[in-house]
Design a protein around this ligand. Structure first.
Ligand code: PLP
Length: 461
């Protein structure tokens, strides 16, 4: 199993190399050269299995011979042992044929834990075997950073530096990044927005002297291992609703396009998915693009669903790669045009995108109204990201196909918005009830590449 760059100018890598590398050296993203498939019988056989066994069977074909079966089973066991729910990703029913996939029972209460906990264990095994160490740099709109720090803290072969937009993450998100005591994890509060954070991380990867000097590795949602970890819950939830005999659809609150792209991979692997619905908040660049209006950057407007406040949706490049029929030079050109503001999607690629994805948006008012109405209708207290998706799912779902809406965070991560909408203050689960008392540790930093690189060089072990 080989991994190639969406821009076609970087070396082909194994799964392990692609995972440790993150961003390809040509600026592209790694994708499997061929997406493996599971037969109908293999999918049917997933019924009734544990989440861990499902993860093993769904991900194994992507790994080549990088990890032995025994190593990989151990990695999966350790990754999900810290989750607070026996099903890991339980399904709840909201309405006839509408289901909520709860992805927030991990250690930082957001779906990012599914991929990050796994990647932490994968890195540890790979680096120990290679007797190597790396510096992980990542940008976060809130949830990736805390999930990464939680997954890597205390690991001896890794330092982690997370850039987050100062003042633009929720208090719970910030505290989850600033309170781990382990000395190998570092929170950097950048003067800028999330797109600035993401751009500076990309700059670090394109500064090869720095990149090689500190052995930079990336675990942002562009990391292919993260995308593949997220494929698993598409299978586990669809199978529990009757796949492969029955088709299902998914609605996904979308920012960087990693989660919904995992749904595309599941579909290519053979899972009978009818619709994949991209749900955006008022930062609706993806929705507009999928409606045929081209991809044109504007200003990010802060919202109550901050993990979706985005203009540059990194993993969309992977969707474009497949929509352009793996034409790497076409993708490279689009990404070049994006630097100066945006691009139009060709007619053929637009056709391919609209066969795969539907989309919708929710305004701030609609998001708040959905939190309130869903609490009344089903008793479910949604976080704002899940509420965006529930609103869009209600518009897009077909009566005869089960819709699975992804609930990507626990409402207690966004208590102010949830309380404003519903009148109910969502409490943190008991195991993190003391979060507000723990001591914080962070560094303020300018939106300046040299300053960031200097800080990292001085603080690696
Ligand atoms: C990251 C995140 C999203 C967006 O997921 P992408 O894979 O970036 O599209 C949605 N909701 C929450 C709570 C998140 O943390």
């Amino acid at each position: 199993m080989k991994y190639i760059s969406t821009r076609g100018q970087a070396p082909e890598l194994t799964f392990e190399e692609a995972m440790l590398t993150g961003l390809a050296r040509d600026g592209g993203l790694y994708v499997p050269a061929e997406i493996p498939t599971l037969s109908r019988d293999e999918i049917a056989a997933l019924s009734g299995l544990s989440y861990e066994e499902t993860a093993f069977r769904v991900m194994k074909p992507f790994l080549g011979d990088c990890f032995t079966d025994e190593e990989f089973r151990g990695i999966i066991e350790r990754a999900y042992a810290g989750f607070n729910h026996a099903a890991r990703a339980p399904l709840k029913q909201l309405a006839p044929n509408h289901f909520l996939l709860e992805l927030f029972h991990g250690p930082t209460l957001a779906f990012k834990d599914f991929a990050m906990q796994l990647i932490g264990q994968l890195f540890q095994v790979a680096l120990q075997r290679r007797n190597d160490r790396v510096t992980i740099a990542g940008a976060t709109s809130g949830d990736t950073g805390s999930a990464a720090m939680e997954a890597f803290r205390g690991l001896s072969n890794v330092d982690v530096f997370i850039l987050y937009p100062h003042g633009r993450v929720s208090e719970v998100q910030r505290r989850q990044m600033t309170t781990p005591a382990d000395q190998n994890v570092h929170a950097l509060a950048l003067e800028g927005d999330f797109d600035d954070c993401q751009a500076r991380v990309k700059d670090m990867f394109n500064d090869f002297e720095f990149r090689d000097g500190v052995k930079l590795a990336g675990v942002n949602s562009i990391n292919i291992a993260r995308v593949l970890a997220q494929v698993v819950y598409y299978f586990s939830s669809a199978v529990s609703l009757g796949a492969p005999e029955r088709e299902v659809s998914f609605t996904v609150p979308t920012g960087n396009f990693g989660d919904i792209f995992a749904g595309y991979v599941a579909k290519q692997m053979g899972l009978p998915i009818k619709d994949l619905v991209v749900a955006t908040n008022q930062n609706d660049i993806l929705h507009r693009c999928l409606e045929g209006q081209g991809y044109h950057k504007g200003d990010t407007v802060p919202s109550i669903s901050p993990s979706m406040d985005i203009q540059v949706s990194s993993n969309f490049e992977r969707a474009l790669y497949f929509a352009y029929d793996k034409d790497t030079s076409a993708v490279a050109q689009l990404m070049d045009e994006l630097k100066s503001g945006g691009f139009e999607v060709s007619q053929g690629a637009m056709q391919a995108l609209s066969e795969t994805y539907k989309s919708g948006r929710a305004s701030e008012e609609e998001t708040l109204a959905t939190i309130k109405s869903e609490l009344a209708a089903s008793g479910e207290l949604l976080c704002p990201h899940g509420a965006v998706a529930v609103k869009v799912a209600a518009e897009q779902r077909a009566a005869d196909v089960p819709m699975i809406t992804l609930a990507t965070a626990h409402p207690a991560k966004f208590p102010a918005a949830v309380e404003k909408a519903s009148g109910q203050y969502p409490d943190l689960p008991d195991r993190m009830a003391d979060l507000y008392e723990r001591e914080e540790r962070l560094s303020r930093i300018d939106n300046d590449l040299a300053a960031i690189e200097d800080h990292i060089r001085k603080n690696i072990a």
